[in-house]
Design a protein around this ligand. Sequence first.
Ligand SMILES: [Zn+2]
Length: 213
Amino acid sequence: MRMAIIGAGGLGLSALKGLLELKVNLSNEIVIFDFDRVEESNIHRQIFYTINDLGKSKIQVLKERFSSVENLRFFEMKLNDENVENLKCFNLILLCVDNAETRFIVNDFCVKNKIPFIEAGVEGFIGTVFIYVPEETACYRCFHPVKPLKKEKPGIITFTNVLAGFYQAKEAFNFLNGKSKLIGKLFHFDLKSNIFEYIKLSKNPKCPVCSVS
Ligand SMILES: [Zn+2]
């Protein structure tokens, strides 16, 4: 069993911490992909970086920090249409990014190659998490068929990131144990309005990716 975490920012690091606490790593290999460097604005919400890591490659910092943890691997790579093939060997992917472009690349690849993934998005106090199960659930592009024109503002509130990232880890654990209750739904929360809800997701028959036979 091999699992990939795409993105070592606020979501990805919270998901990693959750997976380690759930001991998912004991029998599974987890591979983390990122290409960024640690910036000052990251420190307060990206739980494994400190002020001493400023300017360093996130992957290098994590490699050193987790050098004694077996089954964790790190790759410095920005995913694109060509190197996304590297995801072919994974059984489950946690999509922890802040941009539509990478979500589209990973979604389209996973639909084509029948790989399940768990996606999270955050902005301000609001977060969403959903799971894609091949040939069973809606894919990301069923409800986001077109890339947004505006660049996304990444969520900068620590506890929104942490909750969504931990939820991804919990869901990965449930899914791998055959106990996912999220299949076919979108978990949506708004911490400011105290809303925690599950919204039913149906496949879009006009989806440009998963409805094409
Ligand atoms: Zn779709």
